[in-house]
Design a protein around this ligand. Structure first.
Ligand code: AMP
Length: 179
């Protein structure tokens, strides 16, 4: 386990930019691009996301399109795990499994290659923001449907007022920030 970085939360809070009414009125978008652009902060963030799962036997990181890719790929390298992209419908070229989830209006779906995981896979699901939990819960269902075990979830931040953690009761949820 790496040492916790005591100043990290404050540095993340200062760097993450709130963009009101994006992509639509009423949403405050959490823009993480300033975190990605700062080499020291990006590195410390990746180390902190991976830290709770070091030594836990994670074989694969499942990264959720699209900002989950930016965090999940370096976390996979730290954990010496493989990287599995979970993508929006119609993006992956091979045979896929699909899980739909509800949005405020309508539904969306995540897909993964049907042969992405073996039964022995222990999977860490990574994304930038946990909001209602619908996306991450679909990622977990997809992982299990492919025969793999969900070892945990790692998020840069949780929007606590949306109570997404309640939908992820199948495995530990780690989040660097809780709003
Ligand atoms: P949910 O399924 O409601 O937990 O939403 C999580 C997904 O939507 C993640 O992939 C996030 O990247 C994205 N998301 C939700 N709310 C926000 C927000 N306020 N700012 C940035 N991304 C968000």
């Amino acid at each position: 386990m790496t040492h916790p970085d005591p100043g990290l939360k404050a540095r993340l809070l200062a760097a993450i930019r709130d963009v009101p009414d994006f992509p639509k009125p009423g949403i405050v978008f959490k823009d993480i691009t300033p975190v990605l652009a700062d080499p020291a902060l990006f590195g410390a963030t990746i180390d902190a996301l991976a830290a709770p799962f070091v030594g836990r036997g994670v074989t694969h990181v499942a990264a959720i399109e699209s900002r989950g890719f930016l965090l999940g790929a370096p976390v996979a390298r730290v954990l010496k795990a493989g990287l599995i992209p979970m993508r929006k419908a119609g993006k992956l070229p091979w045979t896929t499994q699909r899980e739909s989830y509800d949005l405020e209006y309508g539904t969306d779906a995540l897909e993964v290659h049907a042969d992405a995981f073996s039964n022995a896979a222990r999977v860490l699901i990574v994304d930038d923001v946990l909001a209602t939990g619908g996306t991450a819960a679909a990622a977990a269902r997809l992982t299990r449907r492919c025969g793999a075990h969900v070892e945990g979830f790692a998020f840069l931040m949780t929007l606590g007022f949306l109570e997404g953690r309640a939908r992820l009761d199948m495995a530990p949820v780690e989040s660097l920030l809780d709003y």
